[in-house]
Design a protein around this ligand. Sequence first.
Ligand code: FES
Ligand SMILES: [Fe+2]
Length: 321
Amino acid sequence: MIHDSVLINDWHVIARSTDIVEGQPLRARLLGEDLVLWRCGEKVMVWQDLCIHRGSRLSLGKINGGTLECPYHGWTYNTEGQCVRIPAHPDQTPPAKARVLTFRSVERYGWVWVTFGDPQHDIPHFPEWEDQSFQKIFCGPYHFKAAAPRAIENFLDVAHFPFVHEGFLGERTHPEIPDYEVVTDANGITAKDITIWQPNPDGTGIGKPVTYTYHIWRPLTVYFVKKAQQQFAIYFIVTPVDEIGCIGWMCMVMNYAYDIPYDELRAFQDTVAGQDIPIVESQRPEKLPLDLQAELHLRSDKTSIAYRKWLNELGLTFGTS
Ligand code: FES
Ligand SMILES: [Fe+2]
């Protein structure tokens, strides 16, 4: 198990709720640990993907009436992770220590969240989730061969829009970033009123400046809102799979554009992510350097400077250098 107490004691998304279907174990990976997920009614189990008998993968096993059976010798575990049956010894009660390593999990905002530790913070609030006037569009999972903080920093970085997302989120004829405000407090970081030029911000085909606000609630959970007459927001989470490997999950909410098909809205984000991924994967060093002397930073990098300082203060080590 890794030693990053910040990420161990935080909530992480490992799947969409709809990914875990009754009767079918699912495999996931978090912080270098292989996991098996399975559902029994309302309950979702998240366990180490390792049978304590001979270490085979439980995710290859079978779900039968509220138990998970190991594929190798049929040891059978109940929803608490306790072994209740050892087929080679049918008359024997399995020893109490015959149990798998289980983790706390919860389903919220359409995702399955898990923690390896004891979080001091609840899962960050999703302001529009209960509001029926907003449509919710789930995008991703987006797989990056990159450190999780690199993927978050990319999401916070607006100066790349005119180049990486030219014609989508920016125009190279309008690359300037006016100064904006960044505040770090007990709730994380807020980067407010970032003005950028977009070629088609409201679907009319007319380019104009728009204003972005980012809230970095947790090291790997970010909320972004673009306010105009209409409101557009994104709740973005990155799963730290390994030190150099992560998955981005996104839920876009908008109180307009109901006439545009879901798949089309999703395809737009797929295109944007497809433009970002090769750039983020190309970044060196692979781990995000928290030493501000290690790179050049300018005023337009204010948000990422604050992010690095904050991660440093929190003591985050996984995926950083
Ligand atoms: S390895 Fe799981 S039952 Fe033997
Ligand atoms: Fe991008």
